[in-house]
Design a protein around this ligand. Structure first.
Ligand code: ZN
Length: 394
């Protein structure tokens, strides 16, 4: 229709690719690469190990200047077991909304950025715009972790980054980080009539788990606190446990997984040190007195860095101007923004169209109003990038 948002055809196209995290995203990436190539823009692909997935990085405008990076993930969460009223991988426009998996989280942001590429080029950019589209965000930010290793060593890296996760175009300067640890408890097997000759891995796991619970309650009660976070303290819990063989065998092994969701300005290593210290120095000597090879091992997996951008960073005021906002805030969900900020040293905020409340659910949608606001955001970015050079971006 005449008054449809200009990005709608690309939104339709992107939703049409089933990029559930377990699937390859290469068809979508090839589409984006082909689209950019039509405008003479080259793409750098950074693949995963078995070449089933790829990140795409492209620069529009002068490649020898630091610019503004627009980052987004191409994967979506599964629709398995969800009741959808429409086909999830087909964009359906109805009642002022675009329905489809990834409509809000976060293919519309990517589509809007792509729709503006010809406009950026026509007008000639003084400040370049970099596109960074990743895979496997929903399963541990795996793609962004690989991509950031390439970006951080680029001769000219972005001066700032906007991660377009759905915030209804609110400007987000912080979110919690996540640290997951798998604990392996090595016990010593014995007949259950000889418990004193064995080391019961399950019981020692339980001792450490009780300490984890006490520690988490202490954080909740005594802080530290960050009132800008919706849950203003660091949380921690054990979410999975496995161990033992039979009631008449003293178990020789137990494994459990814990997760810490820590405040943006808290060091997760220091938090975990308290757990490690209790295991190694308080509990383990008792185990080793019976069997010297008994004890605890820790293995970190699938963690995500917090975002903790200083409100005085230039990126914060800049993105407020683009989004027409005068406030900033923090959110409860994690993004790749912490990787850009902490791993690559690029000042970063999260700001994108759509509402996180609609993400990951059946009948996910984005309103046409949010799509239009996202386009207005991108139009202001074009105005800025065609008229000004970023300070320090020479
Ligand atoms: Zn997302």
């Amino acid at each position: 229709m005449a008054n449809d948002p200009i990005s709608l055809p690309i939104i339709r196209k992107l939703i049409g690719f089933d990029t559930t995290s377990r699937e390859s995203n290469l068809a979508l990436i090839e589409y984006v690469r082909g689209y950019l190539a039509e405008f003479g823009v080259e793409s750098l692909l950074v693949h995963d190990e078995d070449k089933r997935k790829a990140n795409l990085y492209a620069t529009i405008g002068p490649a020898d200047r630091a610019g503004i990076c627009l980052s987004g993930h191409t994967d979506v969460v599964p629709v398995d077991g969800q009741e959808w009223d429409t086909a999830p991988f087909e964009a359906v426009v109805k009642d002022g909304k675009v329905f489809g998996r990834g409509s809000s989280d976060m293919k519309s942001f990517i589509a809007i950025a792509l729709a503006f590429v010809p406009r950026f080029l026509e007008r000639g950019l003084e400040t370049p715009v970099h596109l960074a589209f990743s895979y496997d965000e929903e399963v541990g930010h795996l793609g962004a972790k690989r991509l950031i290793e390439v970006v951080k060593d680029m001769p000219v890296k972005p001066a700032m980054c906007i991660v377009g996760e759905p915030t209804s175009l609110g400007v987000i300067i912080g979110h919690k980080g996540k640290k997951k640890v798998r604990t392996h408890v090595r016990g010593h097997e014995a007949h259950s009539s000889l418990t004193h000759e064995g080391v019961n891995a399950i019981e020692y796991a339980a001792r450490l788990i009780a300490f984890i619970q006490q520690t988490a309650r202490k954080w909740q009660k005594d802080g530290p606190f960050d009132e800008e976070c919706d849950v203003p303290f660091t949380t921690m819990q054990v979410g999975l446990i496995r161990g033992g063989t039979a009631p008449n065998i003293v178990p020789k092994s137990c494994v459990f997984d814990m997760e810490i969701r820590h405040l943006p300005n808290v060091d997760p290593e220091a938090l975990f040190d308290a757990i490690r210290h209790h295991a190694k120095d308080v509990i383990e000597p008792e185990m080793k007195a019976v069997a010297p090879d008994a004890g605890f091992d820790f293995e970190e997996f699938d963690s995500n860095l917090a975002l903790n951008t200083d409100p005085d960073e230039a990126v914060v005021a800049f993105v407020k101007r683009l989004a027409g906002q005068n406030k900033h805030g923090k959110v409860g969900f994690g993004t790749e923004a912490g990787l850009f900020q902490q791993r690559a040293g690029i000042p970063t905020v999260v700001c994108g169209p759509g509402d996180i409340a609609q993400a990951h659910k059946p009948n996910e949608f984005i309103t046409l109003d949010q799509v239009r606001k996202g386009e207005a955001f991108m139009a202001r970015l074009a105005d800025y990038a065609t008229s000004e050079r970023l300070a320090g971006g020479a």
